[in-house]
Design a protein around this ligand. Structure first.
Ligand code: SF4
Ligand code: SF4
Length: 278
């Protein structure tokens, strides 16, 4: 078979590397030669991340050249734009329509004063790519954990790839931590059922007003012995509650800058957008 070239892209914290590891494990389960290369640099959580995956009978290099990718799997809209040029003509761009602004680019995310590209699926299709938009993050949130959007999107594109469901399931069991295997299997199968998002021609999806909700998982929070989120929040949204854990004391002031989510060492904070897109 001809070597297949895949890019998995997104921003730090979205699980780009986990998704590409699952794909690589599925390749190995099938008996393919597979090579991977990642660029995460100083991304940590919030910066651009890309993982190249190449597989086939014999693969000599892990890097994919511009214009040669068969598939770009993007966990974020702007990252899809950044990496689309790596696709070959007719290549598949599977993209989660979630939009994540880099926190350093804009502190008040409610006003969208920073320049962020509109969701214009049709323009990408006009460039000759097979663009497949999905509401993977929304689906993952409905399943109870928005962090599994990577596996939901993987499930959606798995229908187009040659691996069997059993090979995908085996790959997931190998790669994800044991305690979240079942949740990730549910996310994967939800992705397999996920329809394409309905984005009609001319739909540019510019957001209107935005509001945010901050959630702290109290059992994961170290409380005052840490206190990072309380100190970094520029709007003083967070404070310590009666149980000594961080809590959103003034939720209406949240601008969605995500600093608390990005800097919490225990992943205890999640900032969710409540936005009517239209
Ligand atoms: S940064 Fe995380 S662990 Fe630290 S106080 Fe805030 S929620 Fe708790
Ligand atoms: S609660 Fe978090 S997202 Fe909201 S303003 Fe404070 S640091 Fe930013």
């Amino acid at each position: 078979m001809q070597t297949r070239n895949v890019l998995v892209v997104g921003v730090g914290g979205q699980g780009v590397l986990l998704a590409s590891n699952v794909l690589a494990a599925a390749c190995l389960a099938r008996g393919y030669d597979v090579k991977k290369s990642e660029v995460k640099g100083m991304a940590q959580r919030g910066g651009a991340v890309v993982s190249f995956v190449r597989y086939g009978e014999r693969v000599h290099s892990p890097l994919v050249e511009r214009g040669r990718a068969d598939l770009v799997l993007s966990l974020e809209w702007a990252e899809a734009l950044r990496w689309a040029a790596y696709l070959r003509p007719g290549g598949v761009l599977a993209v989660d329509l979630v939009r994540i602004l880099p926190p350093a680019a804009q502190l008040d995310h409610r006003t969208w004063q920073a320049s962020y590209p509109a969701v214009e699926v049709e323009r990408l299709r006009q460039a000759g790519w097979d663009v497949r938009p999905y509401e993977a993050s929304r689906c993952a949130a409905e399943l109870g954990d928005g962090r599994m959007a990577n596996v939901v999107l993987l499930g959606a594109v798995s229908r187009e790839l040659e691996f069997t469901v059993e090979e995908w399931e085996q790959a997931l069991r190998e790669v994800v931590p044991e305690q979240v295997v079942e949740a990730n299997l549910r996310a994967f199968h939800a992705g397999r059922e996920l329809p394409l998002a309905s984005v009609s021609p001319g739909d540019v999806r510019r957001p209107a007003a935005r509001t945010f909700r901050v959630e702290v998982t109290a059992s994961w929070c170290k409380g005052r012995s840490c206190g990072i989120c309380v100190r970094v929040c520029p709007e003083e949204v967070l404070a310590f509650g009666p149980d000594d854990r961080a809590t959103a004391a003034s939720p209406d002031r949240c601008t969605g800058c995500q600093l608390c989510q990005l800097l919490c060492p225990d992943f205890a904070v999640v900032v969710r957008e409540e936005v009517a897109v239209g």
